[in-house]
Design a protein around this ligand. Sequence first.
Ligand SMILES: NC(=O)c1ccc[n+]([C@@H]2O[C@H](COP(=O)([O-])OP(=O)(O)OC[C@H]3O[C@@H](n4cnc5c(N)ncnc54)[C@H](O)[C@@H]3O)[C@@H](O)[C@H]2O)c1
Length: 250
Amino acid sequence: MTRIILYGCNGRMGRMITDILKDDREAGIVAGIDKFGEPSGNFPVFQSLAECDVPADVLIDFSSPAALSDILENAKERKLALVLCSTGYSDEETQRINKATEEFAVLRSANMSLGVNLLLKLVNEAAKVLLTQGYDPEIVELHHNKKLDAPSGTALAFADAINDAVDYQYANRYERHSAKEKRPVPEIGISSVRGGTIPGEHEILFCGPDEVIEFRHVAYSRALFGKGAVTAAKFLAGKEPGMYSMADVI
Ligand SMILES: NC(=O)c1ccc[n+]([C@@H]2O[C@H](COP(=O)([O-])OP(=O)(O)OC[C@H]3O[C@@H](n4cnc5c(N)ncnc54)[C@H](O)[C@@H]3O)[C@@H](O)[C@H]2O)c1
């Protein structure tokens, strides 16, 4: 039985994972961490990992980058594996996560769905062919009106998959309002739409002369991400320190 500490247990994703794990025989939540909201599960909830003394194998985080210090400073002595699903980390926080892989097994993914992780590979392959032919890459992402960060972590992961194909010679472009100019070639346009309850949608366009090639992923429910995170937690428990990805889980 994989023992899980759920960081952000009272939030939308935290509640989703609590529900998913209710009838799971291989894994269960032994403690939750949250500063706000109402608990929904049958486990103790603490304000921080520093205050939580419940033994566990793995921590799933669906909270915010603000929790990173508490996680990294308090997970080590418990030998916790970390499934980090929060998005919006700064470059400095990303570096701290990368450094932490020397001590922890860390799986970080801006999107826990199987489909998105497959699509990242396909988009990378397409970019190798199409960017050398001068096609313009554009990403459009749509999310619900409660989302705090923009663009989405998944949109940035798609931009990375595109840029990887051209040795990172392209720059991300987040808005076109401030400059009156033709579209510079070596850039990846990223646009964000916010509204309603959209769980998450990503469109990746390669716009060439006389044709547009379009990849699209639509999440119909957050359960998709929750199930991916639970599968990742079962996979990561007991693993050696290092950086793992959803590609390893798949
Ligand atoms: N990787 C993925 O597939 C994926 C999917 C969905 C959401 N997310 C990300 O997961 C995060 C949570 O999403 P959500 O929709 O559940 O948000 P939410 O706001 O509904 O829930 C976040 C919860 O974390 C708690 N929290 C935040 N910071 C905290 C801190 N420092 N200490 C203690 N508790 C803290 C909040 O009180 C809240 O209950 C976001 O960053 C979101 O972008 C990732």
